[in-house]
Write a protein that binds this ligand. Structure first.
Ligand SMILES: *Cc1c(COP(=O)(O)O)cnc(C)c1O
Length: 413
């Protein structure tokens, strides 16, 4: 037998080169976040202190004293790791407490925590859609990669509806066999455009066509509603949703993901989801930290108010300065560049000349031609910082000749 002379190294290198030639090779900033000085961090790339404008630690809870002390206390008391999967080694009591808090937060019977929001979407959707016999899943075209992977691995029939398009969703529901089980999967805040889905209208359709609803509130938990339960809480819709999914890693500032739902649905996912069963549980210190963060944001609206105020102030400032801020209904302020190479260059210039860190967002995270800088102000940013950011953006956009045509957004959708 002779074997062909395959150059594996060259094959791998080729695919890296393809990314580089398209201007979308990902370079991560090497950052040292410091408790107490967020949104400032030390960049080990520039060697300087930078102002971070692209963190998903939206409310700065990652450095909140209550969260830090809950975690250090828990480490001292319980030790470092969870000691195994919950299936083999039992559930740590800190996790039981956290799941009770989450159920209370969303006003549901039960909750189930997993190692991340990604794992939760993948595990919950794949389980749900493969357990329901002959199920059809209706999925918003802009759904997050984790939902898409979960749906794919369920092998259920999938219908994709145009982003936030109720008419299209109804068309697809109407065309489906009324006897087949149906799941509608969507998000509340879409994290790359900052727009918000018509949750009430989707729930109406779910009722009319007897479907169950799965809502990803990853970019909304902690930040919307009187207790931070998300957009569904703000709009008084929590009880109309069958499954609410969230993360503990963004606004709550720690790590982990979860669903909140009925006792039966939680039990079925606990019992069947491979991505839940066969992986080591989150350390008890993370559970304690997340619990402290959620509890704090259930009682305090202070962070949410300052956050929303800053979002409005920065948005105004940027629009007045002629910066192409995309129409957003949330705390996410995407600025359109519409070119992958310029997007990376703009980000590099902001970092190297202004000590401002905003990561470029390119394909496949967003459609080609809609590359952008995604800006997320926090309560920890102040007016002077916003002014500095706005001035830097104006300078960089002028220097690079960035004048995007906003109509590319309509074409991309
Ligand atoms: C980040 C994200 C997730 C994954 O959550 P992690 O806790 O970071 O794994 C899920 N859904 C959406 C919409 C996200 O943006």
């Amino acid at each position: 037998m002779t074997y062909s002379n395959i150059n594996y190294e060259a094959l791998f290198q080729q695919s890296i080169n393809r990314l580089k030639s398209e201007g979308r090779y990902r370079v991560f900033n090497d950052l040292e976040r410091k408790a107490g000085s967020f949104p400032h961090a030390q960049s080990h790339i520039t060697g300087k202190t930078v102002n971070v404008w692209c963190s998903n630690d939206y409310l700065g809870m990652g450095q909140h004293p209550k969260v830090i002390s809950a975690m250090s206390e828990a480490i001292g008391r319980y030790g470092a790791g969870a000691g195994g999967t919950r299936n083999i080694s039992g559930t740590h009591h800190a996790m039981v407490t956290l799941e009770e808090t989450l159920a209370e937060l969303h006003n549901k019977e039960a909750a189930l925590v997993m190692t991340s929001g990604y794992v939760t979407n993948e595990a919950a959707l794949s389980t749900l859609c493969s357990i329901l016999p002959d199920c059809i899943i209706f999925s918003d075209e802009y759904n997050h990669a984790s939902m898409i992977h979960g749906i794919k691995s369920s092998k259920a029939e999938k219908k994709i509806f145009r982003h936030n398009d109720i008419g299209h969703l109804e068309e697809l529901l109407k065309a489906a066999n009324p006897l087949r089980p149906k799941v509608i999967a969507f998000e509340s805040v879409y994290s790359m455009d900052g727009d918000i889905s018509p949750i009430a209208a989707i729930c109406d359709l779910a009722e009319k066509y007897n479907a169950i609803t799965y809502l990803d509130e990853v970019h909304a938990v902690g930040m919307y509603g009187d207790h931070g339960a998300g957009v569904a809480e703000r709009e008084g819709l929590m009880e109309r949703l069958d499954i609410i999914q969230g993360t503990l890693g963004k606004a709550y500032g720690v790590m982990g993901g979860y669903i909140a739902s009925t006792r039966t649905i939680v039990d079925v996912i606990r019992s069947y989801a491979s991505g839940f069963i066969f992986t080591t549980a989150l350390p008890p210190a993370l559970a304690a930290g997340a619990n402290a963060s959620i509890r704090h944001l259930m009682e305090s609206s202070e962070e949410r108010k300052r956050h929303q105020y800053n979002v409005g102030a920065l948005k105004d400032m940027m629009l007045k300065a002629g910066i192409p801020v995309m129409p957003s209904q949330s705390h996410i302020l995407p600025v359109l560049v519409a070119d992958p190479v310029l997007c990376k260059k703009a980000s590099d210039m902001l970092l190297n000349q202004f000590d401002i860190y905003v990561q470029p967002i390119n394909f496949p995270t967003v459609p080609r031609g809609t590359e952008r800088l995604r800006i997320t102000p926090t309560p920890n940013h102040n007016h002077a910082m916003m002014f500095e950011l706005t001035r830097a953006l104006v300078w960089v956009f002028e220097r690079l000749g960035i004048k995007p045509d906003m109509s590319v957004l309509d074409k991309a959708a």
